[in-house]
Design a protein around this ligand. Structure first.
Ligand SMILES: NC(=O)c1ccc[n+]([C@@H]2O[C@H](COP(=O)([O-])OP(=O)(O)OC[C@H]3O[C@@H](n4cnc5c(N)ncnc54)[C@H](O)[C@@H]3O)[C@@H](O)[C@H]2O)c1
Length: 434
């Protein structure tokens, strides 16, 4: 059996006539000519070059889009307060490689979600921001001590694997692996911060979150406030205005606290290369605001719903501008994803006196609601109106919801919370996308 396998065919060979097979002489140049001839046949060469051309084109396009990021137009700083985020562009690359919304994502590839901390995420603004981030596909960790926030504001995300909630006071350090930090934790209403002064939260809390941003290379956004302008001597307020603040008044823990928080933020940016963003938020209203928190819109709405008189402090001629919360959230996200440090005024430039606001509330809720005048509170600013030219130009942002459209959305939510009217619930949860 073994011998058969070895010798099979030998018989045939021996039977061939001697001249039946004459091997061609060995031509070494044939090994070169053959592939060339093969390439020239059937227009293969053309296909080859077309392939190279397409590959070159794709490569060129992808590298030029990347280099656009590295040549972000520098915002010429006409006044010292405005800063471009050039210090930390190297961080930007790391950040974009992780799938930032600011980075260019190749066609056909799904955007990779970011890991984002929202301090104060159980509060009014924070919870709406969390809704948007989760809807965008990011993973969100809310850090909140529930001083003014409520679990109810975020509990519709419970069970979502991309959502986590940590009860924590930002005055204590915290270590988390994240890409972005939206730092909102701070009681925003005078009732709360006069009861429990928030200077420590603003200073130590911001310091801790900046430390975290530095450690893990995260981008940090501070929600500062129009209160940094104090009782302004300039109207409307531009970001370059330095403000007129009482450093020892009843509001100073908030006003000066936020001013210090801005200083710390810029220190970490300039000194440690942390990528930072600063938003100066003007009066914002909407669903999930604390009822009876002393802020004028929530006060008026709650009073009108309960058939109580609307309390106007002073002569009611002091002005404020009111921004609907979804507009603010859009501005915050654009700021975080954009290239500019700020500070940016985020507010609605529509200016109302307190009496005009009371009138809108009467029209929306109860035309018979009475107005009651009370002595004005200490250090209440006379005028507030943002100049949002910078945000328009550099973030492409401006508010789109007027007071008369936004107020009814808030009323629905307040009615539901005050009277347990379930009808309002659906519109409340969808209203931020309005
Ligand atoms: N809403 C506005 O009109 C307005 C205007 C200007 C600035 N801002 C700023 O926006 C941010 C959010 O404001 P808001 O209106 O949502 O206020 P809010 O009071 O509803 O939310 C603040 C959140 O921070 C939490 N918090 C407070 N202290 C904390 C601490 N030490 N540790 C952890 N969590 C803490 C609260 O429990 C709450 O959930 C604040 O920083 C505020 O200063 C808001």
């Amino acid at each position: 059996m073994g011998s058969e396998l070895i010798f099979r065919g030998h018989d045939d060979e021996t039977q061939l006539p001697a001249d039946a097979y004459s091997p061609k002489p060995h031509k070494p140049w044939l090994s070169i000519v053959r592939p060339i001839r093969y390439m020239l046949c059937e227009q293969r060469l053309i296909f080859f070059f077309v392939g190279i051309a397409i590959a070159t084109l794709i490569f060129t396009l992808s590298t030029s889009s990347t280099s656009k990021v590295s040549h972000i137009p520098t915002y010429e700083n006409p006044i010292n307060q405005y800063h471009q985020s050039s210090v930390a562009l190297t961080h930007r690359f790391t950040f974009e490689n992780r799938g930032s919304a600011g980075g260019k994502i190749p066609l056909g590839l799904k955007r990779k979600g970011l890991r984002i901390v929202v301090t104060g995420g159980a509060g009014f603004v924070g919870s709406h921001l969390v809704d948007r981030l989760i809807a965008r596909g990011d993973s969100v960790i809310v850090v909140d001590n529930f001083f003014t926030g409520r679990k109810e504001n975020v509990m519709h995300h419970f069970g979502n694997p991309r959502f986590e909630l940590i009860r924590h006071d930002v005055v204590e350090p915290l270590l988390l692996e994240v890409d972005q930090i939206y730092h909102l934790a701070c009681p925003a209403s005078p009732v709360h911060y006069k009861f429990n002064p928030c200077y420590k939260t603003n200073v130590v809390g911001t310091l801790n979150m900046l430390g975290l941003a530095k450690r893990v290379g995260a981008r940090f956004l501070l929600t500062s406030t129009s209160e940094v302008y104090g009782d302004p001597l300039q109207h409307p307020q531009v970001e370059t205005y330095w403000g007129n603040v009482n450093p020892i008044g009843v509001r100073s823990c908030y006003d000066e606290g936020k001013r210090t928080a801005e200083t710390l933020t810029m220190d970490y940016h300039r000194g440690a290369g942390v990528e930072v963003r600063i938003a100066r938020i003007f009066n914002t209203y909407g669903p999930r605001m604390c009822i009876d928190d002393g802020r004028v819109v929530s006060n008026f709405v709650a009073q009108a719903l309960r058939k109580e008189p609307l309390t106007v402090y002073g002569d009611g001629k002091q002005t404020r501008s009111f921004q609907y919360v979804s507009d603010l959230v859009e501005g915050l996200m654009r700021l975080m994803e954009g290239e500019h440090v700020g500070p940016f005024n985020l507010g609605n430039p529509g200016e109302f006196t307190m009496l005009e606001l009371a009138q809108v509330v009467q029209e929306t809720i109860d035309p018979n609601a009475k107005i009651e005048f009370r002595p004005n509170t200490e250090d209440d600013p006379h005028k507030r109106k943002p100049d949002i030219t910078r945000a328009k130009e550099l973030l492409g942002w401006e508010p789109v919801i007027p007071l008369r459209k936004g107020l009814p959305l808030m009323v629905t939510d307040f009615r539901q919370r005050i009277f347990g009217d379930k009808e309002g619930l659906a519109s409340t949860t969808t209203s931020t996308s309005a």
